[in-house]
Every structure is written in C-alpha cells, then in structure tokens.
Design a binder for this molecule. Structure first.
Ligand SMILES: [Zn+2]
Length: 243
C-alpha cells in the first residue's frame, strides 16, 4: 500500500458515477466545503495506484488524504454508491466558451464550418466584461469538478477590453480566471496565450481577435503580472501558450 500522506486530496477526486457528482477537496476550502474538512467515505471499488481494490475506506483530513484502507468495513453513513477514481486534468480549456454553448451547435448550411463557428465566438466575446468572465469561469470549473476533473489548464487569450486596449491592470482578465478557480477549489495552470497574427505568414489579425493581441514586450509583461497574481496561491501554476 503506497503512502498517501503526501497526496493532496484534490488529486484524488472521489467520483460518484451513479450520481454523476464528485466530492473534491482542496487546500483552501470554499465556505460551502467547510463541513467536509474531515471526512470518511467508503467505496465498494476504488482505483488506487496499485490497481482496482475492493471495500476501500478513504479518510480526508484538512487538504490531505490521511488514510486509505482496503478490505475495510464501512461505518454507518460512510458508504457511497459508485466507484472512486483519481481526479482527471482537463488539459485544454477556454473557460469563457462555456457560455456560448448552444449558440453555434445547430444544423447550418453546407458552408458552416469551424470558421463560421469562430465568427459567432468573436461576436459573443465582444460583449464579455471581466465580471462575466469570472462568473462563467467559476461555473465552468464547477461543472468540471462535478464530472471528476480536478485540475485545469486554461489557455487564456481573452486579455484586453472589447476595443483591444489593455485594462488598467494588464492582468485583469487573468485575475478573473484565478478568481473563478479559487471560488471552486479546482487546481489551475494559467497558460497566457500569445496572439499576434491572424494566421500563418504574418497575416493581419481578424478584428474579432483584437482582445487577444500583444506585442512580445507586452506579452512578457502580461506573463509577469499573471505570475504575481498566481503567487498568492500554491495550487495555481503559470506557463505560456504561444498560439
Ligand atoms: Zn483551444
């Protein structure tokens, strides 16, 4: 049996297949999770590092899995219907797109394509404020947690105001993505995306892309600012995503 003491509980999402819901624990508990700080659950089957095991009792204490017992017996109220699986990462997310679901997914003319979908996306994102982005992000991440995704890589390119000018804080939108993650407890890797051209060959950017665009210098400043924003929370990492 491996030593689970150093595994953040967030990395072991307890995924309840039957109900389609998940119980996820993280280092800092959103208020709604306070009552889950110390918790024991029992599963008939769990997928552990050494494989499938039966009659598994998992004790979570604070933000850690404190104990995993196999061939255990459940105490009253501990048994959860379904199976336990490790939490999964969503390695490619643009959270704001969650709120345009349904706008483009319908039968269209024969020339309907990714490019026509993209036109709808541009019209949609033209209206999004920082408050909108934070709310949509929190909602999308909550849904990921409910389905067993416990970490997300956010390919973040919606950086600037609708007219393409930077916000007073260059990292305004990055802070809103981080805010959405912190509301939900999901693990976040921020991946600021660098956009400069419309397509290969140095083509000019599409007008709908003006909120994405940066010079290399401003992109460097944006990455530095994103690192500052993320520094307060050890569960948030920062990378980059050239696009
Ligand atoms: Zn993408």
């Amino acid at each position: 049996m491996p030593d689970f003491a150093d595994i953040p509980a967030r990395l072991y999402c307890i995924y309840i297949i039957a109900g389609g819901a998940a119980i996820v624990y993280d280092g800092e508990y959103p208020p709604a999770f306070e009552s889950m700080k110390s918790h024991t659950v029992f599963f008939d089957h769990a997928f552990l590092p050494e494989g499938w095991r039966k009659n598994v009792r998992i004790t979570v204490s604070g933000d850690r899995i404190a104990a995993v017992e196999t061939e255990a017996a459940p105490a009253v109220g501990e048994r959860v219907a379904g199976i336990a699986l490790p939490g999964m990462p969503n390695v490619h997310c643009h959270s704001f797109q969650r709120a345009m679901a349904g706008l483009a997914e319908r039968r269209g003319p024969a020339n309907d394509s990714f490019w026509t979908w993209r036109e709808i996306m541009y019209r949609f994102l033209d209206r999004l404020t920082p408050d909108d982005v934070e709310a949509i992000t929190a909602f999308a991440y909550m849904e990921m947690l409910e389905r067993g995704f416990t970490a997300v890589g956010e390919f973040h390119y919606l950086h600037h105001a609708p007219d393409g000018s930077p916000y007073a804080d260059l990292g305004e939108m990055a802070a809103r993505i981080v805010g959405g993650a912190r509301q939900t407890g999901i693990g976040l890797t921020m991946l600021p995306s660098f956009y400069r051209y419309g397509t290969f060959g140095g083509a000019p950017a599409h007008p709908g892309q003006r909120r994405y665009l940066n010079s290399p210098d401003r992109f460097n400043a944006l990455v530095a600012r994103t690192r500052e924003i993320a520094a307060a929370d050890p569960s948030i990492n920062v990378g980059i995503a050239p696009h």
